[in-house]
Design a protein around this ligand. Structure first.
Ligand code: H2U
Ligand code: ZN
Length: 351
């Protein structure tokens, strides 16, 4: 038998943040595809859409009118998944039928008045304005809620209901499943090693280099060793930063730079406005000792081989454990090889 190789032989990798395994099957890459192909979304949007409930001056579903905003615009979600004015906890009728009533609030953040410009199509200074809104929101809501989840669902494929570039913020008095797992695992790593798990990991990645996508002086972007989604990335500050509002002004500018570059590469990968879910995780509020926590963003894009072939999390993934064909190192290499100049600009020039 030949020697074991991570690029040829099936193996599992461990995610120390969630303490879950992912199956890597790189030898499956060559299999033919006769399955579902998504439609390539190439529709050109206008800078303003009179039918859009997020555009300036337009009416929303609840009858309220948006102001004529010039930069970002934050409003309370008219169909909030979490409510503040709700019931006290209700008793379970049986330990197998546990129930809890969370309190919370949901907001929507429009990135800019432009209906047609996604995050990487904005200037670095405009992206910095969005970054500042994230910090302000996490800070303000963090005074009242234990968890503030900032996330963007981008594209029809991710179930996004409106193309006007926006993200959501859901704040709650409970810490949801994913950050709870991360809190536990980082705490345990600190207890056992007196080291911050993700800072230690960031050093390993910097020394190795094979999973680095891009970096600047404040940030490192990698396809994590334990990635599940084909082109998943992890965005890490290089310094110890427990929560989003702890980012220094220079780090916020560097973040705007790294996001513009990374998301442009994503768009260039399959020459399409790249769909993904992106979200921020930082230390839950109310924890005094944050040595073990490191702020980070996860980006989970669903596309696999082209603009029209997506990865399905079904079958083995939902019944056993996540599985991937492309290794994270191969994904990083693909993303590294791409230009940081928006493909739409050269398409325009050719005409
Ligand atoms: P998504 O497209 O990612 O679902 O976000 C849009 C959000 O905007 C969604 O949560 C809210 C929806 O509840 N919304 C309003 O708050 N007001 C509206 O008039 C329509 C949609
Ligand atoms: Zn709009």
């Amino acid at each position: 038998m030949t020697e074991f190789s991570q690029t040829d032989h099936p193996h599992r990798r461990f995610n120390p943040l969630t303490e879950e395994w992912v199956l890597n099957s790189p030898h499956r890459n060559k299999r033919p595809w006769l399955g579902k192909e998504e439609e390539r979304n190439v529709s050109k949007l206008n800078s303003y859409d009179s039918g859009c409930y997020l555009c300036p001056g337009n009416e929303r579903a609840n009858g309220e009118r948006n102001p004529d905003y010039k930069d970002t615009f934050v409003f309370q979600n008219d169909f909030s998944a979490l409510l503040d004015d709700t019931y006290n906890n209700v008793p379970a009728s049986h330990p197998l039928l546990k129930i809890a009533v969370p309190r919370g609030i949901c907001r929507v953040v429009c990135f800019s008045p432009r209906h047609d410009l996604t995050l990487p199509q904005l200037s670095i200074s405009k992206i910095k304005t969005v970054v500042d809104v994230w910090a302000d929101q996490v800070s303000e809501l963090g005074e009242r809620y234990r968890w503030v989840q900032v996330f963007e669902n981008k594209g029809d494929l991710m179930g996004c209901s409106n193309p006007h570039p926006h993200c959501q913020i859901w704040a709650s008095d409970m810490v949801p499943n994913e950050p709870s797992k991360e809190d536990r695992s980082q705490k345990e790593y600190w207890k056992q090693n007196r080291k911050n798990l993700l800072l230690e990991y960031r050093q390993l990645e910097s020394a190795d280099g094979s999973r680095i996508v891009i970096e600047n002086s404040g940030w490192l972007v990698v396809t994590p060793f334990w990635a599940i989604w084909p082109f998943e990335t992890l965005v890490l500050p290089k310094r110890h930063v427990p929560r989003f509002p702890d980012l220094l002004p220079t780090e916020r500018e560097q973040l705007a730079d790294i996001l513009k570059r990374l998301l442009t590469r994503y768009d260039n990968l399959f020459q399409v406005s790249f769909p993904y879910s992106m979200g921020w995780h930082g230390a839950p509020n109310g924890i005094a000792d944050c040595n073990h926590w490191q702020l980070h963003a996860h980006i989970y894009p669903p596309l696999l081989r082209s603009a029209t072939i997506r990865k399905f999390m079904v079958g083995y993934e939902t019944l056993a454990e996540p599985q991937r064909d492309l290794t994270p190192e191969q994904a990083a290499e693909r993303l590294r090889s791409l230009s940081e100049s928006d493909f739409r600009l050269s398409e325009g020039k050719e005409k």
